[in-house]
Ligand binder design. Structure first.
Ligand SMILES: Nc1ncnc2c1ncn2[C@@H]1O[C@H](COP(=O)(O)OP(=O)(O)O)[C@@H](O)[C@H]1O
Ligand SMILES: [Mg+2]
Length: 220
């Protein structure tokens, strides 16, 4: 038995966490065995790495350090959470995955896509998602949403490293994501993050109803 591995991608504030929670709840209602997880921070080791990666305090990591810490988080996440869940036939919904490292470290930090892919050539890091939903949004809108959220939740110092980057950085990340999606149209579904949460949700549902036809009832 093999499950389904679905990842959500997009810039800060595009609505990934909001939409993945909604989809997870719908699948749960349909009786699907769902594992909702995220990167970085899907394991105990990963949560320690998340603090290092996203905190605005102290010296920022060198781009190479950043890349290796994301890969370390992912290797643990795959072996401890994702692979065992897929083996038992579960649906794994993951909030950010390899494409985030390609977009942020490969394009944003300009380490290059090849450098990132080389690190992901051997097990456990060679696992690819069955489907990836890229929620696309103008960085001006995404960062405004993300900053307001972090302010409300008091997460600015703890999680604000990328939100504090210049808009130019986020534009590189967005362009990187769009290039990745264009190169793999079979795996990616491009979803506009504009509009209300409900409008985006309807797009998300229609991007996965071929996998779970019972979701069609909800999206009507
Ligand atoms: N379609 C939307 N319109 C307006 N605000 C939204 C929308 N979707 C999410 N938000 C809000 O924007 C903020 C960022 O959304 P979130 O899902 O956390 O984004 P991400 O996980 O991609 O960073 C949250 O405060 C969320 O409530
Ligand atoms: Mg999020």
């Amino acid at each position: 038995m093999s499950g389904v591995f679905l990842t959500f991608e997009g810039i800060e504030g595009s609505g990934k966490s909001t939409q993945i929670r909604r989809l997870s709840a719908h699948l749960h209602t349909c009786g699907v065995d769902v594992v909702l997880t995220r990167e970085p921070g899907g394991t105990d080791i990963g949560r320690a790495l998340r603090r290092v990666l996203l905190s605005t305090e102290g010296e920022p990591p060198h781009p190479s350090t950043e890349l290796l810490l994301y890969a370390a988080d992912r290797a643990q996440h795959l072996s401890e959470v994702i692979e065992p869940a897929l083996e038992r036939g579960a649906v794994v919904l993951c909030d950010r995955y390899l494409d985030a490292t390609l977009a942020y470290q490969g394009y944003g930090r300009e380490l290059g896509v090849d450098r990132v892919l080389e690190l992901h050539a051997a097990p456990p890091l060679d696992r690819r998602p069955d489907r990836t939903l890229l929620i696309d949004l103008d960085p001006e809108d995404g960062i405004a949403r993300a900053r307001a959220r972090n302010r409300d939740l008091g997460l600015e110092a703890e999680e604000g490293r990328f939100e504090a980057e210049q808009i130019r950085f986020h534009q590189k990340v967005r362009a990187g994501y769009l290039e990745l999606a264009g190169a793999e149209p079979g795996r990616f579904r491009l979803i506009s993050g504009d509009g209300t949460e409900e409008e985006v949700e309807a797009r998300v549902l229609s991007a996965v109803t071929d996998l779970w036809p019972s979701l069609r009832e909800i999206s009507r």
